[in-house]
Design a binder for this molecule. Structure first.
Ligand code: SF4
Length: 455
């Protein structure tokens, strides 16, 4: 079943929401364009960032070992998780060993990917997401719809209703400043009283054994500095070789994500504060397998800026939830088929292949080419929509023979002019359910051109 198309259809039923979702993301894309235009060496930075990630992916085992050794030497406890289950068990184990029952969490798509929050709650841990957007969707009990702007699909009035219900703000309050103020007070209580703080990782520096977390709200730092136990969870691909490489990634990350010159906070965590514990959990969860696929390995260069989502015409008009994956949009559509091709076979088709995603990607991932390659993998695996395959086979046969093409074109024009409407627009013609063909011309382009050429 084509889940993306079904969910996208549900999303676009609300035309007003579809329009402002589209416009809000395009606004961010435009800010990104302005910010990058001010950096004369932008393309050189992209080239460097891409090259460094290429080098890391080719030497990942060595850099991971180096990172782990340096982190341990700094007094950090390093854990390795093969998959989501192990990751969740490790985090729970750390919390149980330190008698922590109140966890604050921020900035981690990886923990979303692993389903950590539900697992911890089932095991008696209270988990509070402290990024504003993440807290909003946590209260709504739904997944993020964007990797940088998790609640971008919601209107401020909806957030007002949610806060009225959960935080006791006045009914009808929808002023963003006042809602943010209410969230600050609510989250501050959780941050100050927490037993442990968990964050994701933007970059892990092999040379120093330290991790870097980029945020705009300061909540991740406040949690980490309040808690006696700090945990940082990272995918194996987050490594960069040296501290001096960081400047390149910091310069491209925020500009690509939101059009800011840099994130408001760029926190470096190298060792536990005296009397506290610092843990780093390094997770594979399918990444090594992706690394072994030559056509797709470079998707692991992703620094999760979200720019490919903001620019994608399909993402902007279908919403992040339509993808049914932790990471939606173009990058999600090339990452998730690697985890489970059968379940996500429709995602490589959720694209126009316009290439805008590849153009904005700060680490130069050839996203649209990989989407096309995944399509071929889907067809080869026999997972493509049979109707689509038959239609394309038939089209291929027709296009391969000019005389067949001319006859079919003539018949199609006649049918479109004279056949009863129900013969063309019926339940088998899903394309025609939301679209109208223009009136059929009387002659083909070739006929028209020949006549014109003779005259
Ligand atoms: S694929 Fe590129 S543009 Fe998309 S989120 Fe990753 S780094 Fe950003």
């Amino acid at each position: 079943m084509n889940q993306h198309a079904t969910k996208a259809k549900a999303f676009i039923q609300d035309e007003a929401r579809t329009n402002w979702h589209d416009e809000a993301l395009w606004f961010i894309r435009a800010k990104r364009d302005q910010a990058t235009a001010l950096v004369a060496e932008w393309e050189a930075l992209r080239e460097l960032a891409s090259g460094i990630k290429d080098h890391v992916l080719g030497n990942l085992d060595q850099y991971l070992e180096q990172f782990s050794e340096r982190a341990i030497a700094n007094g950090v406890q390093v854990h390795w998780a093969r998959d989501a289950r192990e990751h969740n068990q490790i985090v729970l184990g750390i919390l149980q060993q330190t008698n922590a029952t109140r966890l604050v969490k921020s900035k981690s798509m990886l923990t979303e990917e692993c389903g950590l929050s539900d697992y911890l709650v089932e095991n008696g841990v209270s988990v509070v997401d402290t990024d504003l957007g993440e807290r909003i969707i946590q209260l709504r009990e739904e997944p993020p719809s964007h990797i940088v702007l998790p609640a971008i699909h919601l209107k401020k009035e909806e957030v007002g209703e949610l806060f009225h219900e959960h935080l006791g703000t006045p009914a009808g309050l929808s002023d963003p400043t006042q809602l943010t103020e209410a969230a600050r007070h609510h989250l501050r209580d959780h941050l100050v009283g927490c037993d442990a703080a968990l964050t994701g990782v933007n970059f892990a520096i092999a040379e120093t054994g330290g991790v870097v977390v980029c945020t705009n709200e300061g909540n991740a730092d406040m949690g980490v500095h309040s808690a006696p136990v700090q945990i940082h969870c990272m995918g194996i691909e987050k490594i960069i070789p040296r501290a001096q490489d960081l400047g390149i990634f910091i310069r491209v990350l925020a500009r690509s994500a939101t059009g800011q010159p840099s994130t408001v906070y760029t926190a470096h965590h190298h060792r536990p504060r005296p009397g506290t514990q610092m843990h780093i959990v390094i997770v594979d969860n399918g990444r090594t397998e992706q690394l072994g696929r030559p056509d797709f390995r470079n998707s692991l260069k992703c620094i999760r800026c979200g720019a490919c989502m903001n620019t994608c015409p399909i993402y902007r008009r279908s919403g992040g939830h339509s993808y049914g994956t932790t990471v939606p949009g173009p990058i999600g559509s090339i990452l998730t088929p690697g985890f489970d091709l059968k379940q996500h076979a429709d995602l490589p088709f959720a694209s126009t292949l316009c290439g805008s995603c590849s153009d904005v990607c700060p680490v130069k991932i050839n996203i649209h080419e990989q989407l096309y390659q995944w399509r071929q993998a889907v067809v080869e695996a026999g997972l493509a929509d049979p109707a689509k395959v038959q239609t394309l086979n038939l089209s291929g046969a027709i296009l391969a023979k000019p005389w067949w093409y001319r006859i079919t074109g003539r018949l199609a024009r006649l049918a479109l002019r004279w056949a009863p409407r129900w013969l063309v627009y019926n339940r088998w013609n899903t394309w025609g359910q939301d679209r109208e063909l223009p009136p059929a011309p009387r002659e083909s382009f070739q006929d028209w051109y020949r006549k014109k050429h003779k005259a």
